[in-house]
Design a protein around this ligand. Structure first.
Ligand SMILES: [Zn+2]
Length: 926
């Protein structure tokens, strides 16, 4: 007995696939697909599964369509995260141990060796390969490499030489996100929280307080003229510190931050916030103002003290108003300084009153602040007594004046907080000197990327906007780190190239990875790579034969056709790689397309390894079978949509595959003579082939499965129902099974291989020819006839349910010819509203009077209800309803177990017969 046994199918196929997907240049047209390689620091979960299975389905599809397909994989082991992990394991950190031992199921003896970071990545790289293979991902593993291989480092050095020569690598002082515990700049991937935070440049306004300065940070230095007071948090302990030799009063946090931003800071003593309240400060541009208490002042924001401009800042306005309502500080009045169209004399008051905001905690306060900020910046003008300049000009002028004359300094701070490193430490802004940057801010470089983006295929198309925005917004990128694994920076070997900067053109390296590994890395000079990738000849190149082979591989495979990745990589990796490609490669070797994925949810919540909300891919495969996992992931959403993994839904996918398996085994040996219903089945099959092909060409895995699985399954159900008694179907079923298995093979390749063998298909189904629709087999007349019968059967069923009686007979009463004429006129008409008037101009119709107008209205409603794939052919192809029902009489009598009569409505006595319409006969149950 041939039972449904996914485990067995997996074993069988794995054996046959061992070297099947190793791909070499050939005479065929190539299709090169790549996906962002994984950072193997933990076990794969089902979210990762989708990332690699989508490209696999597409790879398998194009392979069957006769292309030479390359789908390679490598491992990104550059960077610091794994070093942090190994340190935490060495320290026996309970959370890390729990994650690796209990969630990732790392055996104790292996875990003990995780104190070496390279062991971690090696372990998980081999786990990734094993699990990917178990999932049936058709990778050419000969081309595998890791980013710490010495030959890869030589490749990266070559890449950077070109970047440097193009002027894209610069050295300078820049503010960066920095973790003081790791003593390293922090990339997006190193963050637990705050990956959206941007570094903002504030001006510190220096208020004199006795012999010390109290600095307050602002983005709006021009509002100094409207300062009425400072805000200090009475519950915070501030410090007096010598900053570059002069005394400042700031928060403890600010003292630490300033020390990271090119200041010498020496804390002298603590000062209670309470002790500053009601003291006064002064500034040459606003005179003497008092210090007022405010709980909302955050010591972790910039200097930890703020200046108050109630006329133009809603927060300040409300805070002051609250104090004054309690009877305090009533002598202070807002001091306006900016005129702005659309607002009254005191814009903050105006906006707060209009919005009906009554307290500081109102959630609309941030939006309101932003609104006034934008309005004043774009349209505001300072009062004449403050110089009369537009705000956008005055802002920079006054900042320059303060820095030049009034001791102001710049301070960098995040726009949102907290920003937390993976190690748990608060990330701060540090000014790095002698830091190397990739100059992504360069407008000429940006333009090259924008121009090329315009030539690329982007899926789904709406991500184009996000790419454009990223290119536009991208700033210089700190591209080296002091700690981590990776390639040494050629111009300062104490530094390493950071992970997002050594993973931008490795898609080209795949084309040569299986050959270059046999060459001594010391021979791999820049000239060698210049030859392989750019065709530049030079004297005395080593290993010429291997170099020729690599050049040939590169020329054949490159550029890649599509790169697949999650959408959160648009703002870095996916865009960075374009910057690097346009610099290194000639135009005909630039990337052709990208497919961007949605995110994965587990039972409705975002998947996250660090929060433990993941389902491991390997567990999924062993619980449900690889094909079930694949089909579920491909069928539950299109690749760019978010998907939600729910075990109960996955179980039903497994049942679907089992049904397919049983159906194919039952049907493949049928040998009856074909009838009309077989022609119907094969006719429908052609459209399923066409639509599945179109969907996969457009990366719509869900749509493709709807057609290839559910469409065909529901046809087969109807087909079986329509077969004569004692018939197992015709030999056309064999044809259908052969097509069906091939259409589904990219999704469920294991079951596919097994069934293909059962069908005596030639070779592997993975390389079998993709079905092609044969238009000659499409029979509209038969499809319409079956549509008519199935709709009538549905109508009879629903009437039977409604009348709740045991029927003795069923009469199907067919519409007269004149109703068919009306139906046709309406269906053909472009304007279905005026067509009734046209119809009534006809003498014969006018004579029918009310009967004709009613029929026209009913036909209009019916045509609206029928799907276009029914109405459209009905216009072209008249069907003889009488003949159709006569031929189906035996079937209908078998279905309903009573005699079925077919009559013309006009010769019927029954009142209901008058309701008969084309394609919707009247049904009389007695
Ligand atoms: Zn850290």
């Amino acid at each position: 007995m041939n039972a449904f046994d996914p485990g067995k199918f997996e074993e069988e196929a794995q054996e046959r696939w061992t070297h099947a997907f190793e791909s070499n240049p050939s005479k065929l047209e190539k299709c090169y697909l790549t996906v962002a390689y994984p950072y193997p620091s933990g076990a794969m979960h089902v979210g990762h599964g989708r990332t690699y299975i989508v490209p696999d389905v597409i790879a398998r599809f194009w392979r069957m369509r006769g292309k030479q397909v390359l789908y390679p994989m490598a491992f990104h082991v550059t960077g610091a995260p794994v070093i942090g992990i190994s340190k935490r394991i060495a320290k026996n950190d309970p959370q890390t141990i729990h994650l690796y031992r209990d969630l990732y199921k790392v055996p104790q003896n292996v875990l003990e060796e995780f104190t070496d970071p390279l062991t971690i990545v090696r372990h998980f790289a081999s786990e990734y390969q094993r699990v990917m293979t178990a999932c049936g991902i058709s990778i050419d593993w000969r081309r595998k490499f890791t980013t710490v291989d010495p030959t890869y480092s030589k490749f990266i050095e070559w890449q950077w030489k070109h970047l440097f020569e193009a002027g894209h690598v610069i050295k300078g002082a820049h503010p960066v996100r920095y973790c003081t515990v790791d003593d390293n700049p922090v990339g997006d991937h190193d963050l637990l929280e705050g990956d959206n935070a941007e570094v903002i440049k504030f001006t510190l306004v220096m208020f004199q307080h006795g012999d010390a300065f109290i600095p307050t940070a602002t983005l709006r230095p021009e509002t100094i003229y409207g300062v009425t007071n400072l805000w200090v948090n009475p519950n915070v302990t501030y410090v007096r510190a010598l900053v570059d030799g002069s005394a400042w009063i700031i928060s403890q946090e600010a003292a630490e931050k300033l020390a990271l931003q090119d200041h010498t800071v020496e804390v002298q003593e603590e000062i209670a916030g309470q002790d500053l309240i009601d003291k006064s400060v002064s500034h040459p541009l606003c005179g003497k103002v008092p210090i007022l208490p405010a709980d909302f002042v955050d010591p972790d924001m910039a200097s930890g003290l703020v200046m108050s401009v109630p006329a133009h800042a809603p927060f300040d306005y409300i805070a002051l108003r609250d104090l004054q309502r309690a009877g305090k500080y009533t002598q202070i009045k807002p001091v306006p300084l900016i005129k702005v169209e659309g607002y009254g004399e005191i814009p903050a008051q105006d906006a707060v009153d209009k919005a009906g905001i009554t307290h500081q905690m109102d959630s609309r306060m941030d939006a309101l602040t932003q609104e006034i900020y934008s309005a004043e910046f774009s349209k505001g003008k300072l009062f004449d007594r403050y110089g009369g300049k537009p705000v956008r000009v005055a802002r920079d002028d006054i900042a320059a004046l303060m820095i030049g004359k009034f001791a102001s300094e710049i301070m960098y701070e995040f726009d949102t907080r907290p920003v937390v490193c993976r190690c748990g430490n608060r990330v701060k802004v540090k000014i790095l000197h002698d830091q190397w940057f990739l100059k992504y801010s360069d407008p000429a470089w940006k333009k090259q990327v924008s121009d090329h983006l315009g030539d690329m295929a982007l899926v789904p198309p709406e991500v184009r906007l996000e790419f454009d925005r990223t290119v536009d917004w991208l700033k210089d990128w700190a591209c080296t780190r002091r700690v981590g694994l990776g390639t040494r920076f050629p111009w300062d070997t104490t530094q390493l190239i950071e992970p997002l900067s050594d993973s931008t053109i490795y898609m080209a390296y795949y084309t040569i990875a299986h050959i270059i590994r046999d060459i001594d890395p010391r021979l791999l000079t820049p000239e060698v790579f210049d030859y392989i990738f750019l065709g530049k000849e030079s004297i005395e190149l080593p290993e010429k034969k291997k170099l020729e082979a690599m050049r040939k591989e590169f020329l054949y495979w490159y550029p890649y056709n599509f790169r697949f990745s999650a959408k959160d990589l648009i703002s870095n990796h996916l865009t960075f790689q374009l910057f690097h490609h346009v610099t290194i490669f000639p135009k005909d070797k630039l990337p052709k397309g990208m497919v961007v994925f949605g995110m994965g949810l587990l039972n409705g919540a975002k998947m996250s390894s660090s929060k433990g909300n993941v389902f491991l891919l390997e567990d999924a495969v062993s619980d449900f079978g690889a094909d079930t996992v694949r089909m579920f992931l491909m069928g539950s959403a299109e690749p760019w949509q978010d998907f939600d993994w729910r075990n109960e839904l996955v179980i039903s996918t497994r049942k679907q595959i089992e049904r397919l398996f049983n159906t194919v085994l039952e049907s493949k040996d049928a040998d009856g003579e074909p009838h009309d219903i077989d022609r119907w089945l094969i006719s429908r099959l052609q459209s399923h082939i066409e639509r599945t092909t179109e969907a996969l060409t457009n990366f719509q895995t869900r749509q493709a499965l709807q057609e290839a699985y559910f469409g065909i399954e529901s046809d087969l159900k109807w087909y079986r129902r329509r077969l004569a008694e004692n018939s197992d179907g015709s030999r056309e079923l064999h044809t259908l099974c052969s097509v069906w298995i091939r259409l589904l093979a990219p999704f469920i390749p294991f079951t596919g291989e097994h069934l293909w063998k059962e069908l005596a298909g030639e070779g592997l189904v993975s390389f079998a020819p993709w079905p092609v629709a044969n238009k000659k087999l499409i029979n509209t007349r038969i499809e319409l006839a079956e549509e008519l019968i199935s709709r009538t059967v549905e109508d009879i069923e629903s009437i039977r349910k409604l009348i709740q009686m045991t029927p003795k007979s069923i009469t199907i009463s067919l519409a007269p010819v004149w109703k068919h004429e009306i139906f046709l006129l309406i269906a053909k008409s472009n304007d279905r509203n005026t067509v009734i008037k046209e119809i009534m101009k006809d003498d014969a119709m006018r004579k029918r009077g009310r009967e004709a107008t009613d029929a026209a209205k009913q036909c209009t409603t019916l045509i609206h209800r029928l799907p276009p794939h029914v109405v459209e052919p009905l216009v072209r192809e008249q069907i003889n309803e009488k003949a159709v029902f006569e031929a189906a009489k035996i079937f209908l009598e078998k279905e309903f177990g009573v005699p079925v009569h077919i009559t013309d409505a006009e010769s019927s006595e029954h009142a209901k017969a008058a309701t008969a319409l084309p394609f919707k006969p009247a049904i009389i149950i007695e």
